[in-house]
Design a protein around this ligand. Structure first.
Ligand code: GLA
Length: 393
């Protein structure tokens, strides 16, 4: 992927050259899983894989979009005056939802635009390709029309698109990571207050390896929404005695002393994960700041076990990858990342072992699951932004 090819695609499709270029990353979450919608903490970072767009304003109200990742869909076209969800518009519903909610937030978009897009985030891998396209369109509309939409508002609009336009009841982590990412830094975000801090990710002699199960994330959205309601139920029962607004406010002691209020055992396990994972995330930040990568890795392992046994969102594919990773030399920690039910896991691996790690985990996975896993070395990059035409890669 490079500027020449994306510009050429634009030129072939629209018979003029584009004027501006934009990029939005994908993300991994280091730790703090299924805590965002429970008012807890998350610790994600943006990665250098992402989605690129080149665009040009139009004189009329037409929006014409083309994605090189979905060539079979051709150019998708709609007017600024007609911004309803349309199943036939497939992936373009994300841009459409963004445009609609940006206008609803009071930012007038004076004209339509033409746009060609290409992403290199592995498809359906749970690395937030949808938040990436949301924020990409956010910075694009912002940049084309000089709207000066505050970044946090753009992030919230992205989440609204996911929740109301697409119908996935997700938290704010993905849009926040994609919108606020910074090179070589993780973002510790308090999802209740939206206070955040950057923490340098200093991996020393280690790399973060992304492991893709290549399992299609079927049922992921319905199971995700189910976990969310289970946590809401747990919260309601705890609120009978405790003046709390979110599970993320509970300490270990408070949870242990009150868990009997949650009558259903499964729901109790879900709440336990939410509470302990939040605490682990705060500990992980401290360990990272202190340079204790080994302790950080241990917390990652505990996170996976809790997601496997108490939250039950891993599945055989993620478990096989992570359990094979744990057995390799030079591995400090490994866990699933993102929503689960397929998608990706991450591992912290010594530089000198990366090659054999990939060979061994890959072979174990292939043997057990019957198809291959993919591996990528993660680089931590910036959040969504306008870029120079030459930077389109
Ligand atoms: C998905 C959601 C996020 C978050 C994670 C789980 O990525 O979009 O809001 O809930 O799952 O941590």
């Amino acid at each position: 992927m490079n500027v020449t090819t994306l510009n050429k695609t634009f030129l072939d499709l629209f018979s003029v050259l584009p004027k501006q270029a934009f990029f939005a990353p994908g993300r991994i979450n280091l730790i703090g899983e299924h805590t965002d919608y429970n008012g807890g903490h998350v610790f994600p970072c943006a990665i250098t894989y992402g989605t690129y767009a080149v665009a040009r304003k139009r004189e009329d109200a037409l929006v014409r979009l083309y994605s090189k990742n979905f060539p079979e869909k051709g150019i998708i076209e709609f007017s600024l005056h007609e911004l309803d969800y349309n199943a036939e518009h497939a992936w373009a519903n994300y841009p459409k939802g963004m445009i609609r909610y940006i206008i609803e937030a009071g930012f007038g978009i004076p004209a339509g635009f033409d746009c060609a897009i290409e992403g290199n985030i592995p498809n359906g891998a749970g690395l937030s390709s949808s938040a990436s396209i949301e924020l990409l369109i956010g910075v694009l509309v912002n940049g084309l029309f000089g709207l000066e939409i505050p970044r946090l508002q753009l992030i919230k609009i992205g989440k609204r698109v996911e929740n109301e336009f697409i119908g996935v009841n997700s938290g704010i982590m993905d849009q926040f990571a994609v919108g606020m990412g910074k090179q070589d830094a993780g973002i510790l975000l308090d999802c209740q207050t939206l206070e955040y801090q950057y923490a340098p990710i200093v991996m020393g002699n280690h790399k973060i390896i992304i492991m893709n199960t290549n399992k299609r994330r079927e049922l992921a959205d319905s199971k995700y929404n189910e976990r969310r309601s289970e946590c809401e139920e747990a919260l309601k029962e705890l609120q009978k005695e405790l003046p709390i607004e979110a599970l993320g406010q509970l300490s270990e002691q408070q949870f242990e002393g009150n868990k009997h209020l949650i009558s259903n055992e499964t729901i109790q396990k879900r709440a336990k994960h939410a509470v302990y994972e939040n605490i682990r995330t705060l500990k992980a930040l401290d360990e990272l700041k202190a340079g204790n990568l080994e302790a950080f890795g241990q917390l990652m392992n505990q996170s996976h076990i809790s997601l496997r046994d108490d939250y039950e969102v891993t599945g055989i594919e993620l478990d096989s990858l992570v359990e094979a990773a744990w057995q390799q030399p030079g591995v400090l920690g490994a866990r699933m990342t993102g929503a689960g039910f397929g998608g990706c896991a991450i591992a912290i691996v010594a530089n000198s072992e990366v090659e054999s790690f990939i060979a061994n985990v890959g072979a174990a996975y292939q043997q057990k699951i019957g198809y291959r896993a993919d591996f990528y070395v993660a680089s931590i990059g910036d959040g969504a932004k306008e870029i120079e035409m030459e930077e389109v890669k």
